[in-house]
Write a protein that binds this ligand. Sequence first.
Ligand code: ATP
Length: 619
Amino acid sequence: MTLVEYEPFSNFCSILDQICQSKGIEEKMKIVESFWKHVSKVSSLIEIPARYLAPLDSFSILRLLLPELDNERRSFGMKEKGLAELYISVFELEPSSFDAQRLRRWQDPSVQQQPGQIPAIPGSFFSVLETVLRHRCSHTSTLNMSQINEFLDELNTSLERERKKRIFHQLVTKCTLIENIWISRIILKQMHLGLRFENILKWFHPSALEDYRLTHSLRRMCEDCSQPGFFIASQDVVLGQPAAVSLAKRQENLQRIPYLMPDGFFLEPKFDGERLQLHKKGEDIQCFSRNALDTTHLYGPHLKTAILLCVDAQDCVLDGEVLLYNVDKQAFEHFDQIRHYISISKDAKLNENFLITYMIFDVLYVDQNQDVPPSIISFPLETRKEILKGIIRPFHSQIRLVPYKEGCTVEDIKEAMEDFVEQKYEGVVVKNKKRPYLLGERDDEVMIKLKPDYFTGLVQDLDVLILGAFIGRGYSKIARIGKPSHFLIGLLQKDNEEHDKNVEVSWIVIGKVGSGYSYEQLEQLQQKLAPFWKLYDKLAPPEHLKQSLLKADAVPDFWIEPCHSVVLTIHAYEVRPSSIYSGYAVRFPRVAKIRWDKRWYECSTLEELIRSSEPSFAG
Ligand code: ATP
């Protein structure tokens, strides 16, 4: 008999509620500790908490408290949508009923806030679920924590849909409303307790975090930490064992970055793929995911030949991102597509149009020089990059070194961001060039991620007109070689109320936009505009663009008569003075909407742009 078999799940749920409602880490940790005391029946924890409960009890609690760390119950194979369907089926909701619609369209404000209905918070699945289940759940429950774990284990391992439904039915019909909400949170691994798992593990045992990073097993961690005298001195990279990958911290304030990384940084594109740590031992390779899962069976067959050809080291550990390259589109596919294509490809043969590509950005271990230990994570990034260049021969289309720029100022970051976003990458990763590799840590002095959506931006909803187009070139994400993929955008110099009188109007070019739209939207634009493109002759530019001082790299391949063009609503980070356009340029522009409904002369004016972005000039 374990202690958690005596512990009602309802009690644990009210502890979770209390943690959510309390403020600050200290308060929250006090509640965790009081629960530990309660289960172990010890009035004061003078030693480390791991010692007070048997490993199996600690494991049973921690996997319900930190489901995101529980690798024995990895994914339940469903997200909000799947869970909504299970609830609809268990509670026999009529598919067309309001409640079924509510669950299915949990993100839709028009459904969640209808007059005469109890409102739920659109976008919060749990708020919607609570509203729907309010009068449908049992008022009492007798399940203990151990039984909940058994149910969840069964649900997690059952592959067959009907069986899944049966187990789920047995579980949720025995639970109260609050228990159902927490069970859903555990299944979706979205606890939102306001507590980082690092805080809980460090409190649990001084070496718990290190142990978890090495073993990736909560069960093993609980066993190790219950041993008297257990202590992990240091972590390192071991060939054949997944090392905890370094993580990036989000940063909205660009001005802070040079202070956080005063000795300079490397700026790399942020790829939208899947993290891949690759261990090469002689002729063998092993692949591990960001969460230390062995993905050799997925990527090994696709990458092995290329790796053996390109990597000039007997043993090494590489860090990078795996992507699916669409040869036909000359672009990377969305990351969801990687697993899909692998699952449908046979014997490592994808459709000829697709290439699994490994973009390498770091090396953690290399067995080359007998005088130096093979793990090189303590070397600064700039040294690791040099070592990496020395061992990779990037002459295979599947193995590439991640390009990077050097920088030390805010302006360098903005330029890189502009450049990478224009090339349709997800954003920028800023890496401190002087720092060692941080295993499993997220530290803004070491690695920062920036995506355009982090910046609300000063320029909102500006309506611009497409004035020209650039042909897709290079290795960007959705650019299709040979077709327009980026557009020269501009504004009216001033309001043109006389458009119908065919009066000559002046245009102000304010930049280039190449992101924010999907591949399908780009195709629609290409189709609509195709008949009207005219080759841009630098020596005889079109009359309406003459006033714009287009410098060489701003000269488009094609131009279009405004009356045949399309209005785009864009968002941008700021307006800056520019010498390559007509005096002003928008920074990090992205298309928010293609305005098929607006006429060409209904776009914004220069005056409106200046008015809307005054703070950026002041700053
Ligand atoms: P996000 O959800 O923003 O993609 P995340 O939570 O998966 O991020 P983070 O550590 O926050 O992970 O962000 C870093 C991730 O970005 C890495 O795990 C890696 O998969 C991906 N990535 C893409 N390009 C790079 C790059 N050049 N350097 C490092 N990581 C990169």
